[in-house]
Design a protein around this ligand. Structure first.
Ligand code: KG4
Ligand code: ZN
Length: 342
């Protein structure tokens, strides 16, 4: 494929992002990127407020697109496509990005590609030239998803296992709240866990044994809830809070790494991608590196900024789809619940 230039737009949750990527399906680079996080705004409410998220996206997105176009030195007529997150995510938030992309596409006569947010996470290592050859196994771990997927090609995904209840990021967010920590809980727990003794609270590793590739994190959350309720002084004891944070982090990481190993063994695949917001977790990254050397796996994890939500990964997914001639279906819209695999 000839080199194309793609504007990526991401507004599925609480980050507004725009980026321009140029590539030919094999190699490429980011020409400009811009991200505005609403984390501080939602933190005041203890979690994401969908209505506030939509309004914030609407307020900042047009200015951000202008900014990345300026940074990349690109005019509208020089773009080959606009890639926009069409789902899954918050309906109102998705609609802001989708409506903007559609309007800009219509006015400038540019095709618009609806992108699956989790597919973009899954392909994110490719942004830095680290996408392994197919097939590979991918662990997608974010605030809304925890799933293991076998990837045989772009758009050819087989679900190997997924969470039966809470996502891993959701487990961090909810247990953080029990510990009196701010949203988002993952980074807050990771920070508090530093220097904590992870062995001092024996927390369960739900569904770790047994060889099945599904996850369950609600029991872990309930166990933490009982510990906090039964020890009312704990939340005022910094050292015990550190220990509990370390125990939570280790329990989640043990399960995620254990399931990755089982999935790779089961599929007979040695290439593993771990992506999504929770992939930013330093302990997870360290344990994956250990597992990689022990079990002969090649583990590919995006750099921190491309683990959490961003628009470069949306533009990159658009570029890869375009390279394969995978254009938008005739009818499409924002889809808040959109399974990655059928
Ligand atoms: O992919 P993402 O940015 O947004 C969604 O699509 O959900 O993931 C956000 C999730 C949140 O649950 C957050 O607590 C978690 O990723 N997260 C982390 C870390 N950074 C973000 N979890 C553990 N450790 C981190 N360092
Ligand atoms: Zn995400």
């Amino acid at each position: 494929m000839v080199k194309v230039r793609i504007l990526g737009i991401e507004t599925s949750c609480d980050e507004t992002a725009a980026a321009i990527y140029t590539g030919d399906g094999q190699a490429g680079r980011i020409l400009g990127e811009c991200l505005s996080s609403q984390v501080d705004i939602h933190a005041r409410h203890g979690g994401i407020v969908p209505e506030i998220a939509s309004r914030e996206h609407l307020a900042v997105l047009p200015g951000m697109v202008e900014e990345v176009m300026r940074e990349a030195g690109i005019a509208w007529h020089e773009l080959d496509a606009i890639a926009v997150t069409a789902g899954p995510g918050l309906m109102g938030a998705l609609l802001v990005g989708v409506s903007y992309a559609r309007a800009a596409g219509a006015v400038n006569n540019i095709p618009v590609l609806p992108i699956h947010h989790m597919e973009a996470h899954l392909l994110a290592p490719g942004l830095e030239g680290n996408l392994p050859a197919f097939p590979f196994v991918s662990l997608l771990v974010s605030g809304g998803h925890t799933m293991l997927v076998r990837v045989d090609g772009i758009g050819t995904y087989k679900l190997l296992g997924q969470t039966l209840d809470d996502a891993a990021g959701e487990c961090f967010d909810k247990t953080a709240r029990l510990l009196g920590l701010p949203y988002p809980g993952g980074p807050a727990i990771a920070e508090l866990a530093e220097g904590g003794d992870a062995e001092s609270f024996p927390l369960p590793r739900p569904l770790l044994k047994g060889g099945d590739l599904n996850f369950s994190f609600s029991g872990l959350k309930t166990a933490v809830m009982h510990i906090v309720r039964n020890n009312p002084k704990l939340v005022h004891d910094e050292s015990r809070r550190r220990d509990l944070a370390a125990a939570i982090q280790l329990a989640v990481v043990d399960v995620l790494v254990g399931k990755c190993k089982t999935a790779c063994r089961q599929e007979g695949i040695g290439e593993l991608i771990v992506a999504g917001g929770v992939a930013a977790n330093a302990l997870l990254r360290a344990q994956l590196a250990t597992a990689a050397s022990e079990y002969g796996l090649n583990v590919h994890v995006p750099s921190l900024r491309y683990c959490t939500d961003n628009a470069a990964m949306i533009a990159y997914a658009g570029c890869q789809r375009l390279a394969l001639g995978l254009l938008a279906p005739e009818q499409w819209d924002a889809i808040p619940r959109w399974p990655l695999t059928r």
